[in-house]
Design a protein around this ligand. Structure first.
Ligand SMILES: [Zn+2]
Length: 328
């Protein structure tokens, strides 16, 4: 059995305030503009590759941040085929009943959205696995979503190509996949493994604009998790940073059980931040994850305090020494 390792780049609404477009009852959080894929044989050989751009239809203006990140130009996209034609070629490349492998949880839902919006069947999405989960399970049992760069480094693979090109990313993902036991990982997949923590959000909401994170955390609409079942505002634990722009907090509804929320901040513009809050079903793994993140953040804070104290002490000693030297 062959595996299809794939990656996509997609275009998004120009800003968080712009309504999402779509069709057939689906809103597109991203319109696919490039598909890259590598066919990996059962024994880990790279057999073929695929790379095509897609002509934009729903979001015709290329989001500036996306353009900067991917280097894809509007000329490139204008010259490309529309999604149905590109997908037909991708579908042929994948063959019948492909096993899709991705790095992250985003690509398959985006592909599904795009297929539905175009009125196409979604059978291709039936069997897909996030390699982050298999990587975590087969390496250190970590709970976070590791970056592709982290996994490459873990296996001592030097990236040969630039990142943020769908084919390049798919190729690097395939190099990581070659180092994993794919058949074993797929067999064990979904057994409550920690990496699946962020797989199925029960609700996702956007909040914006905020001038800075402090203002965001003063906004109860953002910080109070709402029960995805009954809509009650839940008492929510402290939001703690996972480092960078991700924050997590737990909450529980007396009637509907435990939840874990995740906030991701991104720059809506140079001056403003937007926040996306997703809420997931709570679990033992989720509580463990939260406790771990909390402990780490406390440790970082303590270390910071110690550093500040030492700096102040060093300054005082320096001043005293200077004063003494002045006396002589
Ligand atoms: Zn509830």
């Amino acid at each position: 059995m062959a595996y299809i390792v794939f990656d996509m780049e997609w275009n998004q609404p120009m800003c968080a305030a712009q309504p999402q477009k779509g069709k057939n009852g689906v809103k597109l959080s991203g319109e696919i503009m490039q598909i890259g894929a590598v066919c990996l044989s059962a024994n880990g050989e790279i057999e073929a590759s695929f790379s095509l751009c897609v002509k934009p239809h729903f979001y015709r203006r290329l989001n500036k941040r996306v353009r900067e990140l991917t280097g894809i130009t509007k000329e490139q996209l204008a010259a490309a085929d529309a999604f149905p034609a590109v997908f037909a070629q991708f579908d042929a490349f994948c063959g019948e009943h492909p096993t899709l492998l991705t790095w992250g949880f985003d690509d398959v839902p985006i592909l599904r959205q795009n297929l539905i919006a175009w009125g196409l069947g979604t059978e291709i999405c039936e069997e897909s696995y996030n390699l982050q989960t298999i990587f975590n399970t087969q390496t250190d049992g970590g709970k976070g979503q590791r970056s592709l760069a982290y996994a490459l480094e873990h296996f001592g693979i030097v990236p040969e190509l630039e990142a943020h090109d769908a084919l390049h990313d798919a190729y690097h993902t395939a190099l990581v996949a070659k180092n994993l036991d794919l058949a074993g990982g797929i067999a064990a997949y979904g057994g409550g493994s920690s990496g699946t923590l962020w797989e199925h959000p029960l609700s996702t909401d956007s909040f914006y604009p905020y001038p800075h994170k402090r203002a965001a955390f003063a906004d109860e609409k953002l910080t109070r998790i709402v029960c995805p079942t009954c809509g009650a505002k839940l008492s929510t634990a402290k939001w703690v940073t996972k480092g960078g722009n991700f924050y997590v907090a737990t909450a529980s509804c007396p009637e509907h059980g435990d939840f874990i929320g995740r906030i991701k901040f991104s720059h809506a513009s140079k001056e403003t931040l937007s926040a996306v809050r997703s809420v997931y079903k709570g679990s033992k793994f989720a509580s463990e994850h939260y406790a771990e993140v909390l402990e780490k953040s406390e440790r970082r804070k303590d270390a910071f305090k110690v550093r500040m104290r030492e700096q102040r002490k060093a300054k005082r000693q320096k001043k005293a020494a200077e004063a003494k030297a002045g006396e002589i």
